[in-house]
Design a protein around this ligand. Structure first.
Ligand code: SF4
Length: 355
């Protein structure tokens, strides 16, 4: 077992330049890591569904060899949203969280000036990976310019997340600009989708760039899950299985019944060879990086904020009434920079926004 060093340290605070405002994202993140101790009894709600998910997940991994257990405050990622105007449905309508941004923010385009401000935040918080969003609705040459700019900010890895068809036609340019990995949203497994992944993988193999798949589990695609797991075994790929992240626009429009991987674990639990566990202490989320005997990896999470000891959850979450549907947790996508250059720390509460 190994334990990662906490990135947020007292001395990090001392390194901040005097110009940092009290509302800066660095101050916000540091404040959330100082746990509150005096939680009113009225806030101690029990949430049986979330507790069941956690218990079910622990049961799945009870007899599985654990390779490592790491504890980090939150994913050390800068998620950079160039814009959020994407109209792709990735096969199934009304499942994309669209970053939970207000419409007036989602329609904007991130400026290079705002992007460059990220250099200090990266250094202060020890961020390692940059994920860029928005290739669907950004001219490819412009998107590549942002990739090159992010590379200069000192991230060890830069990735792009996009619809699979977009990845297929953009991959050569993205890799030439410096992208180190591509994550594709795939939420169904028709012959067409399979052929597109095959074509993408052929090019990705030639370019020597890894591809990861994201799959939101719903009643509409659960029948395809076995085929997906078999496919990623054949290709030695990683896939993350998400439960629906019910942002406000989805709560209004959505008719998909939420489904969680813990409900479907019988499909693959007998194939698990080992697991690496990561506890995100601020995000209150446990991540299981699950290696299957086929060589594929399933990236699985359970949210803990609703059931964790209230004295250990971040102040912003302590009185939040959305805990019973909170899947990612605070800073669960890392430090997210929106198209307006502000930082959005929660997918469900855009008002938790800092500069
Ligand atoms: S919805 Fe946001 S504020 Fe509420 S518990 Fe989840 S991460 Fe915390």
């Amino acid at each position: 077992m190994s334990t990662m060093l906490q990135v947020l340290r007292r001395e990090t605070v001392g390194q901040k330049p005097a110009a940092t405002t009290p509302e800066s994202v660095v101050d916000f993140v540091l404040a959330q890591s100082h746990h509150r101790r005096d939680i009113p009894a009225s806030d101690l709600a029990d949430v049986p569904t979330m507790r069941y998910r956690y218990q079910r997940a622990e049961a799945v991994f009870h007899d599985v060899p654990i390779v490592s257990i790491d504890r980090v405050p939150f994913p050390l990622i800068a998620r950079i949203i160039l814009n959020m105007r994407c109209g792709y449905t990735c096969g199934i309508r009304d499942i994309c969280h669209r970053e939970g941004l207000p419409d007036e923010v989602a329609c904007r385009d991130l400026s290079l000036t705002d992007l460059r401000r990220l250099a200090f935040v990266r250094e202060a918080l020890g961020l390692q990976v940059a994920k860029l969003i928005g290739v669907e609705t950004t001219r490819l040459s412009v998107f590549c310019e942002y990739v090159r700019e992010v590379k200069k900010l000192g991230f060890s890895s830069v990735t792009a997340t996009c619809a699979i068809g977009v990845a297929r036609r953009s991959i050569a340019s993205l890799v030439a600009a410096g992208i180190d990995r591509i994550t594709c949203s795939v939420h169904q497994f028709t012959n067409d989708v399979r052929n597109t992944i095959d074509a993408l993988m052929m090019e990705a193999d030639q370019l020597e760039v890894p591809v990861k798949l994201n799959w939101v589990l719903t009643q509409h695609n659960v029948a395809d899950l076995s085929a997906l797991i078999e496919y990623i075994g054949h290709r030695k790929l990683t896939a993350r299985l998400f439960s629906l992240i019910r942002t406000s626009h989805l709560a209004a429009a959505n008719n998909h019944e939420p489904l969680h991987w813990t409900d479907m674990a019988d499909l693959f639990s007998h194939e698990i060879a080992s697991v690496r566990v990561v506890d995100y202490t601020v995000s209150c989320r446990r991540r299981y990086l699950t290696t299957l005997r086929s060589g594929a990896t399933l990236d699985l999470s359970v949210p803990l904020v609703a059931i964790q000891d209230p004295a250990t959850i971040p102040p912003a979450c302590a009185t939040c009434n959305l805990k019973d549907r909170c899947e990612e947790g605070l800073l669960g996508c890392g430090v997210r920079m929106g198209p307006d250059g502000s930082y959005y720390s929660c997918l469900l509460r855009s008002e938790l926004c800092t500069v």
